[in-house]
Design a protein. Structure first.
Lengths: 404, 404
């Protein structure tokens, strides 16, 4: 049950990007589990990957291939993470790239592999090999919805968005996909997200644009504090829109960064709305902090507190748990000056419950599906926002039954 | 449902300590909720308290009173934490001490107040005032079991232990109590624990003894990563055993430290065995680390992972989640050298699943109620152990229904 998340009816094709999906039999439920994305000649590509030391084999291979060539193909499978698979996992990831290259007539290091699903099982490369000819045959531009469905695991809703802007009279399209839904505290990237634009932009600025957008979107969400082994976020630019090439931080760059940030934020928040077992969509807004890192630390401490998350699930205005989490965040502040708000209601001031607070006011906010907890640290002028979900019976159910 | 935790049939009195309990009506269920502990003249007292910045009013008052006088009385209530209660909370804590002092004929700052229960509601001091005369009348030495019951909140079992040692032919008794059961990641102390001995020891060494014992016991457990506002652990020494006074780190000190460490470890582990919703008792043993702090960081990261905790609840040998948690701990190691064990079974070596590992072996360990996850970082010679519980439906149930 996703919180106020509507699947898109349609997604705009991006000139120069073709996509195909197929059910290769990697997932147990026979739905599409293999996605091929083709980038036109002369495209640029930027990416960010998980910081987990046990990063999956495909992440290692994708990072390596990104350094040597500009990618022509992305191969994404769901149902198997190819993580914790040691040397065999690396061989399987390289082999997958080689098979795509053979089919497509490119070099193996022009292919980026991505995997998501159960950790620790070997990738069934034979199933991929069997499916590839059909997959390659099916490549078309107008296929983003199917691709979005093909990368889902425990997600209950497809997550995708399209936006258009005009740069010097040329229409520029941005379309993006993401998937969650557990093991989510991205660190430089989220589980999997693919964003494409037909804008003309050089590679350095494309990477800068992605990093900026990711910091305030995918790197500001958490479901369960668990950073995945497979996180990856890719931004592709085909250059087919015909705008003047962006080679510096000018108005065109800013306009493109804005729309890409908007797309990333939508996709990141969609992951939280569809988080495993989520019944609430919660923003932790920390203001007047002495640094962004202090603000993020307080926000994440509250966002990760199982006691705050279960109170949110119960719609219980048990604000003492929020206060206790803020107090243990390891960030310096004056307890007599800090203020904590539930929605617009002040719950804590002068070191304790705000004198005007009533349980009825708190209950009214807690009954909502979308809740903002705002913390005014009063130690500076920096801010950060982190989005999270609640902790429900269904989270436990999904994660104690996921493999069976 | 506690994991292999048996309530003690009896607890040994400690010469010089008298205890009393009464149902003052602070808890809703009419069970005992007010405990008075009296220390004989010339006792020594050591304590450690929560590091939560929003520490409860009684913690502030107890710390202050510890500095000015040697305590004569400890007043403990359950059912109300007197935390997040601002200036009123401080007044209520001071008032409670004054009432005890008035009744007992001592100074208010010779009384230490302690509270545990719901955060953010004012302490019903009038109920305490009404109950105090009866409470004072009931003080007796042989009353530890009732006191242990009187400090319980969501605990399902009484937690207490007694041990005796002989120092220079004199019998020395140590008896301790603790309570959990949620908001447990103690930081210098746990929710509430009271340990008394009749040993003769000076104050500085008593504090040193408590700090050493707490570091490897109460400061090495976690249920849900939430450090309480009310954590406190008190070690009392009445000096009635007649042993030579301990004024330096000699064999007597070491023998006393050993038994007090054993008592603290039992009481800390008892909190985990009776953690909210616990069905498993789990030890995270991290060895061959370059520092104790690295070892603890890895242990706590795995212990806090909701995905590891739900897999433990499901008895699912989903070892990939353990690997992923270790990988995101932010500690440096070589993924090709690290080894991870489930019980005695090696699950991870050479960067992936150990070649000899079988699912059946993992399942056999996971089916047990007591599970050790051992991580050999292979970066040095330091170790740490942290104990935790699993994440079950009942944890969510208890914490989404606690106030209602």
């Amino acid at each position: 049950m996703a919180v106020n998340l509507v699947e898109p009816d349609s997604l705009l094709p991006v000139k120069g990007i073709r996509l195909a999906t197929v059910a290769a039999g990697i997932k147990k439920n026979q739905s599409d589990d293999l996605v091929l994305i083709e980038l036109a000649d002369n495209s640029q590509c930027a990416a960010v990957f998980t910081q987990n030391k046990f990063c999956a084999a495909p992440v290692s291979v994708a990072k390596k291939n990104m350094q040597s060539k500009t990618p022509r193909y992305l191969l994404v499978n769901s149902g198997n993470a190819n993580a914790g698979t040691g040397e065999q996992g690396m061989q399987d990831a390289f082999e997958s790239c080689a098979l795509v290259a053979q089919q497509a007539g490119c070099e193996p290091d022009e292919v980026l592999p991505f995997s998501t699903g159960v950790i620790g099982e070997n990738l069934p490369v034979n199933k991929i090999e069997t499916a590839l000819p059909v997959l390659h045959e099916k490549l078309v531009e107008n296929n983003w919805l199917n691709a979005g469905r093909g990368i889902m695991t425990t997600d209950t809703k497809l997550k995708g968005i399209s936006r258009q802007i005009t740069l010097q009279g040329k229409t520029v399209t941005v379309t993006g996909l993401s998937k969650g839904a557990g093991m989510i505290q991205p660190n430089m990237a989220t589980m999997l997200a693919y964003i494409a634009t037909d804008a003309v932009i050089n590679k350095d600025l494309l990477q800068q644009c992605l990093t900026s957008a990711v910091n305030i979107s995918f790197n500001s969400i958490t479901v369960d504090s668990d950073t995945s082994t497979n996180d990856a976020c890719v931004l592709m630019a085909t250059g087919h829109a015909g705008n003047d090439v962006i080679t510096q931080v000018n108005d065109d760059y800013k306009a493109l960064l804005n729309v890409i940030s908007e797309v990333c934020l939508y996709l990141a928040q969609a992951i939280i709305r569809d988080a495993e077992g989520a019944t609430k969509f919660v923003a932790l807004q920390v203001n007047s902090a002495s640094s962004i890192s202090d603000a993020r630390q307080v926000a994440y401490t509250v966002a990760h507190s199982p006691l705050v998350k279960t109170a949110l699930f119960a719609s219980d205005p048990n604000w003492g748990r929020i206060l206790a989490a803020v107090g243990r965040a390891g960030v310096d502040f004056d307890i007599d000056k800090i203020k904590i708000f539930l929605g617009d209601i002040c719950i804590v001031s002068n070191g304790g419950r705000d004198v005007a607070y009533t349980e009825e006011q708190g209950q009214q906010v807690m009954n909502q599906q979308e809740i903002t907890i705002r913390i005014e640290l009063q130690t500076g002028d920096q801010s950060a926002c982190v989005w999270t979900s609640d902790l429900s019976y269904d989270y436990v159910k999904i994660n104690s039954e996921y493999r069976s």
